[in-house]
Design a protein around this ligand. Structure first.
Ligand SMILES: CCCCCCCCCCCCCCCC(=O)SCCNC(=O)CCNC(=O)[C@H](O)C(C)(C)COP(=O)(O)OP(=O)(O)OC[C@H]1O[C@@H](n2cnc3c(N)ncnc32)[C@H](O)[C@@H]1OP(=O)(O)O
Length: 220
C-alpha cells in the first residue's frame, strides 16, 4: 500500500482501482456459497432461538456446546479477512448486514424495500432473542432496524450518507412475536446532509417508535 502515497494522481487512482478489485474479489462469494450460507445462517438463527429458550439439563447443554465448537472449527478452516459484500437481489444490500443481511445469523433479518423518491419500508417479526423488557423488543434493536431503514431511504433518494445523528422517541413498547411494519421517508436535503423520518408500527397500526436521522455524505 505504500505506493498509494505516490504524487502522480493517475497512478494513484490506478493503484486504488487494483486494490479495490482485490478487496472486492476477496469479499465476493460464489452463488452456490451464498445459497449454502443463507441456509446455514437460517439454521444458526434457529439455534440462537433454541439457546435462549432451552430448558434441557446442563449435561445436554454441555454436549451440544462441544458439537457447536467442532462445527465452528470446520467453518474456520478457510477464513476471509472480512465479511462478504455484494448483492444478490439488485438492491445493493450488504449480504452480511447485521440488520438485513441474509448471510448474517445475528440479523433478524429485516427485509427492507427501497421506495422510489426517497423512502423505504419493511415488515418483519422479531423473536424472543431480541427481548428487552419482558415480552417486548429491546430498544437498541428497534434503533438498529430504524437506522438501517432510514439509511436505505436516504440512499433511495440518491443522497446516501453516514448516520450523523439518530433521534428516537419510544412512544409505547414494541411487542415481539407479531408482524411489525416500518416506513421511512426523506424529509429534506441540504448540501451533503439528508434528514429522514421513520417509524415502527404494531399490528394494530399504532406507532411504537419514531425516529429522525441526519445522514452526511462524507467529504472524502
Ligand atoms: C436504490 C436504493 C438502494 C438502496 C440500497 C441500500 C444502500 C445501503 C444503505 C445502507 C444503510 C446503512 C445505514 C446505517 C449507516 C451507519 O450505520 S453509518 C455508521 C454510524 N455513523 C458513523 O460512524 C459516522 C461517523 N462520523 C463520520 O464518519 C463523519 O463525522 C461524518 C458524519 C461522515 C461527517 O464527516 P465530514 O464529511 O468530515 O463532515 P464535516 O465536513 O465535518 O461536516 C459536514 C456538515 O455536517 C455536520 N455534521 C457532521 N457530523 C455531525 C454530527 N454528528 N451531528 C451534527 N452535525 C454533524 C457538520 O456540522 C457540517 O455542517 P455544516 O457546517 O456544513 O452546516
Amino acid at each position: 500500500m505504500s505506493e498509494a502515497g505516490t504524487a502522480d494522481p493517475t497512478r494513484r487512482n490506478r493503484i486504488h482501482e487494483v486494490w479495490d478489485r482485490r478487496i472486492l474479489a476477496e469479499r465476493t462469494l460464489a452463488d452456490d456459497q451464498v445459497a449454502a450460507l443463507a441456509d446455514l445462517a437460517g439454521r444458526v438463527r434457529a439455534l440462537t432461538d433454541a439457546v435462549v429458550h432451552t430448558r434441557v439439563p446442563a449435561d445436554e447443554i454441555a454436549a451440544v456446546s462441544a458439537e457447536v465448537a467442532a462445527l465452528t472449527d470446520r467453518l474456520s478452516a478457510v477464513r476471509g479477512e472480512a465479511p462478504p459484500i455484494g448483492s444478490h437481489d439488485g438492491t445493493g444490500r450488504a449480504l452480511a448486514s447485521p440488520v438485513s443481511g441474509p448471510l448474517n445469523p445475528i440479523a433478524p433479518p429485516v427485509d427492507i424495500e427501497p421506495l422510489p423518491g426517497g423512502g423505504a419500508r419493511a415488515a418483519f417479526t422479531l423473536g424472543g432473542v431480541y427481548e428487552g423488557p419482558p415480552t417486548f423488543v429491546h430498544g437498541g434493536v428497534s434503533a438498529m432496524i430504524l437506522d438501517q431503514l432510514l439509511g436505505v431511504a436516504a440512499a433511495a433518494n440518491g443522497t446516501p450518507g453516514m448516520t450523523a445523528t439518530l433521534d428516537l422517541r419510544y412512544r409505547r413498547p414494541t411487542p415481539y412475536g407479531v408482524r411489525l411494519t416500518a416506513e421511512a421517508r426523506v424529509a429534506r436535503v441540504e448540501g451533503r446532509k439528508t434528514w429522514v423520518d421513520a417509524s415502527i408500527a404494531a399490528p394494530d397500526g399504532r406507532t411504537t417508535v419514531e425516529a429522525t436521522a441526519m445522514f452526511v455524505m462524507p467529504a472524502r
